[in-house]
Design a protein around this ligand. Structure first.
Ligand SMILES: Cc1ncc(COP(=O)(O)O)c(C=O)c1O
Length: 444
């Protein structure tokens, strides 16, 4: 069996064949950064160093690394039922997982469709929104509205409603019939705001202009990340999401929250929908659902959306959509074990109680060279650096490389450092993360 830690001669694997995702492949392969083990808050590198995980992997290992409860649950499930189809068949654990997940949501958000990633959850949500209007007899409602700088994964649907130019520009015409709301980031109004910025709620009213242009009868859904992560931590201004909800209600437009990163305690509540007190019609989930141990995504929909499909011939398939691995028993076992950990260790509330300490720590970096903004919410922080003229992204990437050498894992996007540690983080880890980052920023 391949055991990467049992490699006393430290012989690196052949790096050539793996075309790495979202990676500068040549830079990486010239100077690899390989993780071979992880426990709690730390990764172990192939040269035996401990690296503090300041990003919960990719915003996903919310309960920390190496959780034996998940390992056990997965192993038991694999030996009992490794796989069974979910098309015209079922297995109990998928129903149990859906019921458990539905109970975590407020109101009538009570039906769950399973996918295998955030991208698939998003594309599933968009398809459900389009099909919903059609089965309700409103088939002209086909336009989808995203937001500039949004990230909704890499499927054609998610790319189309997403608003990060580099994620879109290589891939042709994408979906037609898509509009974008403006993003809400404006340093002249919002720089160094602690928590939600005060300025910018009015930008939700741009939805009115889009409705005026196309007419509500042609618009299916609006999709936003309640807190935008991948673009570099953009926080919703106070009142913004409430306004979006009101305008969607006014015109019968579905509101989809992509909670792939904001879900599972990141803000100190179960979901952003709880934090902001705004209930969408559809929620997209992934990442923290299984603590990233096994790929899994999910879409949670409201009762009336689900009900709209449950009409007509009872022997007919109601939604022609699904994946071979929808509700995979092993992923469900990982999800249930993960949700148990969140409950038992009260990790969502824990994140909330650490948030003030986190806020103070990250804002202590204000005034360091090149730092032009710091923003935070829950256990999230974005630190925006002044780009080197003519070399966008270079400064932050250099910071990322130095951070790895110095024993902390951070993530950068553009010239923004994004931090999102596991929710098990201790104050001493926050101190280590912020002081190491501060030293690097001083030297840059
Ligand atoms: C908000 C959001 N939606 C969707 C995705 C895509 O998820 P995945 O990479 O699992 O497809 C991500 C990934 O970072 C995300 O942050």
């Amino acid at each position: 069996m391949f055991d990467p830690t049992a490699n006393p001669a430290n012989i690196p694997p052949d790096l050539e064949a793996f075309w790495m995702p979202f990676t500068a492949n040549r830079q990486f392969k010239a100077k690899p950064r390989l993780m071979v083990a992880a426990q709690g808050m730390y990764y172990t590198t192939d040269d035996g160093r401990q690296v503090l995980d300041g990003t919960a992997g990719l915003w996903c290992v919310n309960a920390g690394h190496g959780r034996q409860e998940i390992v056990q649950a997965v192993a038991t499930q694999m030996s009992q039922l490794d796989y069974a189809p979910a098309f015209q068949m079922g297995h109990p654990i998928a129903f149990e997982t859906a019921t458990r997940l539905a109970k975590m949501f407020p109101g009538d958000l009570n039906h769950v469709f399973f996918a295998n990633s955030g991208s698939e959850a998003v594309d599933s949500a968009l398809k459900i929104a389009l099909a919903y209007h059609r089965v309700k007899g409103n088939g002209t409602r086909q336009r989808l509205i995203g937001r500039e700088r949004g990230y909704h994964g890499v499927g054609f649907g998610g790319m189309s409603v997403g608003g990060i130019p580099t994620v879109r520009k290589f891939f042709g015409g994408l979906l037609g019939g898509v509009d974008h709301l403006p993003h809400t980031h404006n340093l002249s109004h919002n720089a160094f705001s602690q928590g939600q910025p005060q300025w910018g709620a009015h930008l939700a009213e741009e939805l009115e202009s889009i409705v005026a242009l196309h007419d509500a009868s042609n618009i299916a859904a609006v999709i936003v990340e309640p807190v935008a992560g991948s673009t570099g931590v953009l926080l919703p201004p106070v009142g913004y999401l409430q306004k979006l909800r009101q305008i969607c209600d006014k015109y019968g437009i579905l509101l989809i929250f992509d909670e792939v990163i904001s879900g599972f305690g990141r803000l100190g509540t179960g979901f952003a929908t709880d934090y902001f007190g705004v209930i969408p019609d559809i929620v997209c989930l992934a990442k923290g659902l299984t603590n990233a141990s096994i790929p899994m995504g999910a879409v949670v929909v409201r009762e009336d959306i689900h009900q709209a499909f449950m009409a007509g011939d009872e022997n007919a398939i109601e939604l022609f959509h699904g994946y071979t691995y929808s509700g995979h028993p092993v992923a469900c076992a990982a999800a249930l074990a993960t949700l148990d950990i969140y409950d038992r260790e009260n990790l969502f509330a824990r994140a909330g109680s650490l948030a003030p300490y986190w806020q103070e720590a990250v804002h202590s970096l204000k005034g360091l060279p090149s730092v032009i903004d710091i923003r935070n919410l829950g256990l999230i922080a974005g630190i925006e650096l002044e780009p080197i003229p003519g070399k966008p992204t270079a400064r932050a990437f250099e910071c990322f490389l130095r951070a790895y050498e110095a024993g902390i894992l951070i993530r950068t996007t553009g010239d923004i450092i994004a931090l999102s540690p596991p929710l098990i983080i201790e104050k001493s880890h926050i101190d280590q993360l912020v002081s190491t980052l501060g030293d690097i920023l001083k030297q840059l």
